[in-house]
Design a protein around this ligand. Structure first.
Ligand SMILES: [Zn+2]
Length: 327
């Protein structure tokens, strides 16, 4: 199925085009090896406005392959359902050799374990999202859920516990203590199993840093969708924590992220999509996918004044240092 009409820079990759698209292609058939998506992204934006549901065009492929170290293949978005193989083929055509599929509740973590068995270009992370922990705790099912996360994490291609962390954006005051408890439990699982920790940090930089330092960091810590400023980047540099940059680094109002990137230790830089969310400029709000990473990586190279090949090589080496080999 890898033919030139499915993958040519400047057009939407075949599997991501809706059936009956005006260019005469038919899109991909859903299914194929691996599990089907377990949830769908809303077709309205946060403010209730309708989103544009087209996928971005395929970027010019990267000269050296990189890794998308944070994606949610369990989320369907746009007007098509894309199989795991088709998603990874499109990513590969763009110079994205592999991904880390991230679970954020029991259902998507179970999906993740099936996904890593379905395609060798996928490694996985499993966890309960900080926004869900308070609900589970209130229902009395948090301990049981954590136990299952730990069992799922025993799979040899699950290489991280995540996304876990703290999210003070949506959580009311009474949920915060439960979130902190869940985060500490995830930290403990990562350390006992010798896995990396992928942290979700939204409006909670100080408490994330304090919690990791108090509990003792696992050997490899990643701040996924890095959202801090230069001060937080300095803390990451000092502690050897990885900073994973998403499409947000391309947003016009994200000068703080570019300042952080500019001083980040090059050996700690990663790239991600958080797809289907956080699509880079100028496709903000549209569906995102791993093949879109090159837009973000090229913007990063510009911020760093770096040679694109050198930056890609760095990202690949750093990704392997965190998660091990995809082979
Ligand atoms: Zn995510």
């Amino acid at each position: 199925m890898s033919n030139s009409s499915a993958y040519s820079a400047g057009s939407i990759p075949g599997p991501y085009r809706p059936v009956g698209a005006p260019d005469g292609t038919s899109g991909d058939t859903p299914g194929g090896p691996g599990p089907a998506p377990v949830r769908a992204r809303k077709s309205e934006g946060d403010g209730g406005q309708r989103r544009k549901l087209d996928y971005p065009p395929l970027p010019e492929p990267l000269p050296v392959p990189v890794i998308d170290n944070h994606t949610h293949l369990d989320f369907r978005d746009g007007l098509v359902e894309v199989s795991l193989r088709a998603a990874l083929d499109a990513a590969e055509a763009a110079g994205v050799a592999g991904v880390v599929q991230v679970g954020s509740d029991l259902e998507s973590s179970r999906f993740t374990v099936k996904a890593v068995d379905a395609d060798p270009r996928i490694l996985g992370a499993v966890a309960l999202h900080p926004n869900d922990a308070p609900k589970l705790a209130a229902e009395g099912s948090l301990e049981e859920a954590l136990e299952e996360i730990e069992q799922l994490a025993a799979h040899p291609r699950i290489r991280a516990i995540g996304e876990t962390g703290l999210d003070y954006f949506r959580t009311p005051e009474e949920g915060i203590e439960r979130q902190r408890y869940s985060f500490r439990r995830h930290l403990d699982i990562a350390k006992r199993l010798g896995l990396a920790l992928q942290i979700h940090d939204r409006d909670a930089h100080d408490d994330v840093v304090a919690t990791v330092l108090e509990e003792g960091a696992p050997e490899r810590v990643v701040l996924h969708c890095f959202s801090g400023d230069a001060a937080l980047a300095r803390i990451c540099n000092e502690n050897g924590w990885y900073m994973s940059f998403a499409g947000t680094v391309t947003f016009k109002n994200a000068g703080n992220l570019r300042e952080a990137l500019a001083i980040a230790d090059p050996s700690l830089i990663l790239a991600e999509t958080d797809s289907p969310f956080l699509t880079p400029h100028p496709y903000r709000g549209q569906p995102n996918a791993s093949y879109v990473v090159p837009y973000t990586v090229r913007a990063m190279a510009e911020v760093l004044g770096a040679d694109i090949e050198e930056l890609c090589g760095r990202i690949l080496a750093n990704s392997t240092a965190v998660y091990g080999s995809w082979d």
